[in-house]
Design a protein around this ligand. Structure first.
Ligand code: HEM
Length: 159
């Protein structure tokens, strides 16, 4: 066996080891439930990321909804909020853990129900904006915005 053969065998062995270790790492990530807890690779959970999107888009909408020439901006923001709500509603709020075991499932269900409601209101808002019904859109926007406080009071530890 020549020196070159030995060195390519070494490369193949190293590659095999790398592939094995990577797939084991992926399997471990899967088992520990990165998806189940909604934890992303970064510092934020998927729930936090979705909520942050909602916060950013609300800020855009607060101004754009009043301005008919910004209809396209409003529609884009509303759809981004709908996406964020869809992502948030399938997560488990961290506060669920501190609920008594027999109440936990209902707590998570109520949380999801509230975000389903918000998703429906966002669809209504989309329709109003599409139809140029600025005043009605403004009223509904306030209702949606108020859900931030009621949602946090009920489903977060620091209210
Ligand atoms: C327009 C409405 C809303 C806005 C702008 C908003 C915004 C936020 C923000 C900025 C955070 C903190 C994210 C972070 O830590 O990086 C947060 C967290 C959270 N929000 Fe909302 N939110 C809204 C509505 C709701 C609703 C309706 C619910 C419940 C149905 C809800 C439940 C939560 C929960 C469970 C957390 C996580 C708290 C924790 O980590 O313990 N939010 N939200």
């Amino acid at each position: 066996m020549t020196l070159r053969n030995i060195s390519s065998l070494g490369t193949i062995a190293a590659l095999l080891l790398f592939v094995t270790l990577s797939s084991q790492a992926a399997a471990t990530r899967h088992e520990t439930g990165a998806a189940a807890t909604g934890v992303n690779d970064g510092d934020h959970t998927e729930l936090e990321e979705a909520m942050e999107v909602m916060e950013d888009e609300l800020r855009v909408l607060r101004k754009s909804l009043k301005d008919q020439t910004k209809q396209a901006t409003s529609l884009k923001s509303i759809v981004a909020m709908q996406d964020a709500v869809s992502k948030a509603k399938v997560q488990t709020p961290p506060m669920a853990e501190s609920q008594p075991a027999e109440k936990r499932a209902d707590f998570v269900k109520e949380y999801r129900r509230m975000l389903i409601r918000m998703g429906k209101q966002l669809l209504d808002l989309e329709e109003l904006v599409l139809d140029g019904k600025t005043e009605e859109a403004g009223v509904l926007f306030k209702e949606i915005r108020n859900m931030e406080d009621s949602g946090h009071e009920r489903f977060t530890d620091d209210g």
